[in-house]
Design a protein around this ligand. Sequence first.
Ligand code: PFF
Length: 452
Amino acid sequence: MEKERSSFTGKIGFVLAAAGSAVGLGNIWRFPYLAAKYGGGIFLLVYLILAVTFGFALMTAEIAIGRKTGLSAIGAFKKLGKKYAFIGYLESIVPIIILPYYCVIGGWVTKYMVTFISGGAIHTIADDYFGAFIGQPLAPMIYFAVFLGLTTAVICLGVEKGIEKVSKIMMPVLVVLSVIIAVYAMFLPGAMEGVKYYLLPDFSQFSVTTVLAAMGQMFYSMSLAMGIMVTYGSYMKKEVNLESSVRQIEIFDTGIAFIAGLIVIPAVFAFSGGDEAALGKGPGLMFVTLPKVFESMAGGTFIGTLFFVLVLFAALTSSISLMEAVVSIIQDKFKISRGRSCFFTVLISVLLGVPSSLGNGAWSGIKIIGMDFLSFFDFISNSVLMPIVAFFICIFAGYVIKPKTIIEEAEEHGQKFSEKGLFTVVIRYVAPICIVLILISSVLDAMGIMKI
Ligand code: PFF
């Protein structure tokens, strides 16, 4: 990279920028439907345990590796161990797969925002509205192009700094608004059953798939195992406390996901009349239930509009960080200009995004290991590639450069790192062993060889 490496202004700047990348559709769209599908309370419990152990250890390791080397993923691993450059390459593939379909879903959010703004909120409560929309060939593609275009514009115009400023206001507003909507949703008639389903773990629902889904979700939500946090770490000043920054990012990210679940799951119970099949609706869950919540609220059209504007914004801050990662990977790898790299990034996004969109309608007959394109890209990145990358990061941090190197980096300038024991045990033993076991069972499951 020819330009001098800039750094975040301080701890708040770092935490907010990392949280801007972390908080996005993963929290608001993906978390609630997974929690609904995988047993509610048990999924939440597994997720929380993973976040404070795996999530903490991995995020610490990635940020420390970035800060120590001052480089993004590919360069960072190479610098610390020549033979391990492959981890950086492997990490780099993940955002390339995620960005296209992320923009497809960002397009859905854009559509809902536009519909609410233009006074069409009432149409969105029909049960088949969402399915009918994503099943069309052209309309979702146009919204996909709009969302991708917005992301590209920010990257090309280099106005990330402005975005950062706006997000300092929008993010807190999103939190406050979500809490208000959650409190409302919880008290809808019949919603308490949903609150119970979400908060009280039912251990009979526990399975390996629950752990795998929760683990993939954690990586996705916290932008882990894809090189992003290494890059962010490289911008982090040495005097900023690494451990407490990681904790704050985690709390922010998990907090928003938790609240989103508290809106969507009780609402499903309230509006489905206790029909549990509604919980398994998958990716459309948020889009189908939220409009119903807004419709039943006083001033719901206004609140719904504001909500979709904020979600779109959260999605944009994430897609910008995703695209930034892809652009700089291509630029560094092929030694081309930033403009060209942007062009190739958009090209890849269109090539992979178009089938992801069409897979819900015209191409729904085409399945890869039983999944439509979007689900397949989601599965391959979250449930296969990210665990593999996370495994290698654990081996690298635990045995090659050793936990001591990470801890020393975190303690530079007299900072304290209090979770040394937890970090070492998780990164050396617990995480790698669990990842291997879970990965094997998930692949067997996907191939239909073994049902878990
Ligand atoms: N963490 C983001 C979310 O939860 O929506 C998704 C994401 C953003 C993943 C940026 C990866 C990334 F680089």
